[in-house]
Design a protein around this ligand. Sequence first.
Ligand code: F6P
Length: 547
Amino acid sequence: MTDPRLAQAWHDVARRARSSGEAEIEAMLRGEPDRAQRLSLDAAGLHLDLTRHRLPGDALDALLALAEAASIVQRRDAMYAGAPVNFTEGRPALHVALRAPRPDGAANGAGADVAVEVAETLEQMSRFSEAVRDGAWRGATGRPISDVVHVGIGGSHLGPQLACEALAEYAHPRLHCRFLSNVDPHAFDRAVRELEPSTTLAIVASKSWHTLETARNAQALRRWFADGGIAGDALARHLVGVTANVDAAVAFGIAPGSIFPFRDWVGGRYSLWSAIGLPAMLSIGPANFRAMLAGAHAMDRHFSEAPLASNAPVLLALVSLWNTLALPGSTEVVVPYSDALRSLTAWLQQLQMESNGKRVGRDGAQVAWPTAPVVWGGPGTDVQHSFFQALHQGTGVHPVDFIVVVPSHRDPEGRGDALLANALAQREALLRGRSGDEAGEAADRDGRAWLAAHRACPGNRPSSLVLLDRLDPARFGALLALYEHKTATLGWLWDIDSFDQWGVELGKLLAGDIEPLLDPGRELPAELAPDLRALLARIRAARADRG
Ligand code: F6P
C-alpha cells in the first residue's frame, strides 16, 4: 500500500478493532447519546439499524476516515460513469444503468447508447411478457402458455428465482415458473415433471452461452420438446434465449427474434435487472418489474447522493469490515423472517463471496486483510430450530443480519405476529443473553443448580436489522441494491476486483479433463495422481456393478 494516508487509516481501524472485540453493545447503546442517530437510518423505503455491533462511536469515525482515504466516493462515481471498474477484464459494471429511468443523471454518465439499449430490451421484454400473460402468445398447438421453465445457473438463476418467490403475491395466476440450474438429471426430471410441452415456455439464460450446466440442460430441454412433438419452427413458440452471446444462441437454434440480449458490462450476479429478469417480468408483469427497478434505482440514488456517514450501503460495508477485524474468523449470517425471501441467502452468497472472495489486490499483491467472510443462513423461524443454538452459546461469534418484513395483516392464528415477535426476540436474546445468576435462579427452582452454566447465554452478540414495512417490488429492489452496493464498497476498501470471478475457472477446466475418464472404455492415463486413479477405478467398478 503506497498511499500513506490510506495506510494510516487502515492502521487506525485495525488497532481499534483489535482492542474492541469485547466492547459491550448494551453499554454503548446506553452511553453513546448519538449512537442511534449515527447507526440507524432510512433509505429507499428500508430501515437499517446497525447500532447492535461491537463498534464504539470513535471507531466509526476511524472507519469513515478509511472510506474517505480509500476514495469510495470517486470509485462509486467511476462505476456510475461506466469506467472499467472490473479492471482485470477491462469492463464497466453498469447494473445501475439497467434501472435508471430515462432521462436521469444518476447513471447516464454511462452514455446515451447504454440508455437506449436498456430501454429497447425492456420494451422487448415487456411486449413479450404482455403477450404471454394475456394469452396472445400461443404455443405451437395454439394453447396459451401455463408454465415457464427457466434454465440458468449462478447469476443467471439466483436473482430471477429470488424475485419470483419474493414477489409471488404479484404473480400471474396462470403462469407457474420453475427453475432448472443443476446439471444433475434428477433436477431436470423434477423441473419438467407433469409439464405439458405444448403449454410450456423455456427460457435459456446464459450470459456467456458457454456454461456447461446450462448448455447440457438446454440440450435436454430441446430433446424433451422434440419428444413432445415440438421441433423445427414450432420450437420458436416455446424456447427463448437470454444472453450476451447472441451468435452462439442462434447457432444453438434459438430464433433471432426470440433472443433477449444484454451486454458484457452486466455482471452475472448483478444481472437480475437485465433481460435475465425475464421470468420475473413474466410472473409479476412489466409494471411491477419496473417498480422493482425503480426501488433499486432509489437505492442507487441514495448511494450516490448521501454523505458517507449517512449512506446505508457504505455503513453496512464498514460494519462488515469492522467485524472481519474485530471478530477474527467470524462469518455473516443472514436470516430473513419472511418465507418469500427464503432464497435471499443463496443470492447473497453468490453476490458477496463470488464478488469479494479474492486474495489479490489491484497491484497483484496479497491483500493484507481478510476479505469476504463466509455468508450463510436461512429463513426464520425455521433456523431458530437448527443453528441458532450455536449463535447463542457457541464459542464463535457470528453477526446476524435480520431481514424483517412487517406482516401484511393479522391472521386469525396470529402466525404473522409470532413470526415478527420471534425476529425481535432473537435479536434481544443475542444482545442481552442470560447471565449465570439468572440461569442459576431458574436452575435452582428446578432443583438442578448444576444446569446454570449450561443455561447461561453470553449475550453481547452483534446483529443488524433491515426492516421492510412490506415486501413490495420497490422495497425488494431496494433491498437487493443495498447489498450490491455494500459488496462493491467492500471491494473498493480491500482494493480487489469485485466484478471478476477467475477462481471458478480452474474447476471448470478440470471437469472437462475428468469427464472423458468416466468412460470405462478409456484407459486411465499413467500420469494421473494415484488417489484420483484409485477413485476413478472405484467409480467405474460401482457403475459396472449397477449394469
Ligand atoms: O461459474 C460462475 C459464473 O460465471 C457466474 O459468475 C455466473 O453467474 C454463472 O457462472 C453463469 O454464467 P452464464 O450466465 O454465462 O451461464
